[in-house]
Design a protein around this ligand. Sequence first.
Ligand code: UT7
Length: 334
Amino acid sequence: MTASIATAHGAAHTAILGIGSYRPSRVVSNDEICRHIDSSDEWIRTRSGIIERRFAEPHETVQLMSVEASRTAIERAGIAAAQIDCVIVATVSHLMQTPAVAPLISEELGATPAAAFDISAACSGFCHGVGMGSDMVRCGTAKYVLVIGVERLSDITDPTDRGTAFIFADGAGAVVVGPADVEGIGPMVWGADGSKFDLIRQNETWIDVLNMEHAEMPTLRMDGNPVFRWASYEMAKIANEALDRAGLTVDDLDVFVPHQANMRIIDAMARALKLPDDVVIARDISHQGNTSAASIPLAANALLESGEAKSGDTALFIAFGAGLSYAAQVVTLP
Ligand code: UT7
C-alpha cells in the first residue's frame, strides 16, 4: 500500500512585515559618466530620467549592503533573525559561480540554519522572491522568509559602453515575508520570453572569456530600444493581470512601484494603466539609477521613509528585465 504522506499547511494569509534598504555612499553624476562615453547630462536626463546614481565603494560589498538592508527589515518586522526559515537573495552581481551569497548573509545575520539560496531573474528577481516567499509561508515550508534584492552592477558595467554606462547602479533592499491576519500579498503574475534572451545579457560567457588571449571581465550589454518598447507596452498588461488576480482595480491603489528602469517607461505604464492622479508613483530612478533586483525595495522604502507612502497602503509592484523575465503582485506596504 502506498504510504500516506502528510500535507503541509501554512498561514492563511501572508504579508510583508518589514522593509529596509541600503544606498551606497558614493554619488555619481551624469557628468562623471560622460567622461567615458559620448553623451551629455541633458541626454541622460531626458532619455532615462536619471540625474545621478550611487556606485558602491570597495567595502560596500553585495554581502555588506544586503546585511545592512536586512537588519532594518528584520527589526521593523519585529522578529529575531533566528526566526527566519529561508533567505532568498535576488542578484546577478554576486561574482562567484558557487556557493550562493545567501548562506553568507544568513550566517552574518544569525539566521542560520535557514535555507539560503540565490535566484537569477535579473531585474524581476525581487518580485519573484516575494511571490516565492509568500507561497512558502502559505504552504508551511517557512514561517518567515527574508527576501533581498541586491546589485553591484558597477562591477559588471563597461564605463565606455554608451548603451548601459549611464543606467546601471548599485544598492540593496530587503523585506521580511511572514504570516498575517489579512491578505497582504496578492497572487504573483510572472513569466519569461526567452526569444528575447539576447536583448540584455553578459557580453561573453565565462568559458569564452577564459579562451580569449586577453581575458577581460565580462560586462552587460543591452539593446535598449526594443526592451523599452516591450516594457512600455507589454508590462501594463501584466500589471493589470496582477490587479485582476488580486480582485482589485487601479482605483484601489495608493502606490505604484514599478521597476526603476527608465522614467519614460514609468510614465508610459502609468498612462496605459490609467492610474488615478492620487496614486503615488515611485520615481527613485532619478537619484538612484537602475539597480535591477534592488530597485523595487529601494523605491518602496524611500516612499515610506519620506512619508509619501504609509504603512497599510496598497501598492502594485511590477518588475521586468533580462531573460526577458517579469513578475508583478499587489502588496500592502508594511
Ligand atoms: O532594467 C532592465 C530593463 N531595462 C530597461 O527597461 C531599459 C529600457 N531601455 C531604455 O531605457 C532606453 O532604450 C535607453 C535609455 C537605454 C535608450 O533610450 P532610447 O530612447 O531607446 O534611445 P535609442 O537607443 O533609440 O537611441 C536614440 C538616439 C540614437 O541616435 P540617433 O540614431 O537618433 O542619431 C543613439 O545613437 O540616441 C543615441 N544614443 C545616445 N546619445 C547620447 C544612444 N545612447 C546614447 C547615449 N548618449 N548614451
